[in-house]
Design a binder for this molecule. Structure first.
Ligand code: SF4
Length: 112
């Protein structure tokens, strides 16, 4: 089986060709080894950083996860964040520690 994908690990956006044969995965088109790691993870357990916003008493503030989490947990993660309504939230503040046991925290990414 052969798949095409774009590496999102840096702005170069290399076009990767990923071949799976007899349990072996080969990656070509990568500009560096991070592309190989990305492609293998994308096939076995794709992950993404989650960016969204949290409600505060004065509006909303942007937040993100401190690490990539499995794509299958993104909507559950957003639901956890939607449950919150913070009095105040400062830049860098952790608002959820170890969200959904992923090892990633959710932190505030804006002051205003
Ligand atoms: S393979 Fe390397 S150079 Fe290419 S986009 Fe991924 S991280 Fe960047």
């Amino acid at each position: 089986m052969e798949r095409q994908m774009i590496c999102i690990m840096c702005p170069m956006g290399c076009n990767l060709t990923v071949k799976e044969q007899d349990g072996q995965i080969t990656v070509t088109g990568n500009g560096c080894n991070r592309g190989v790691v990305f492609a293998k993870e994308e096939i076995s357990c794709p992950k993404r950083i989650v960016t969204t916003s949290v409600k505060t008493k004065n509006g909303v503030k942007s937040v993100k996860t401190t690490a990539s989490i499995p794509k299958s947990l993104i909507f559950d993660c957003v639901k956890e964040i939607e449950k919150l309504r913070l009095k105040d939230a400062k830049f860098g503040q952790i608002i959820i520690k170890n969200v959904l046991n992923t090892g990633a925290d959710v932190v505030v990414t804006a002051n205003e």
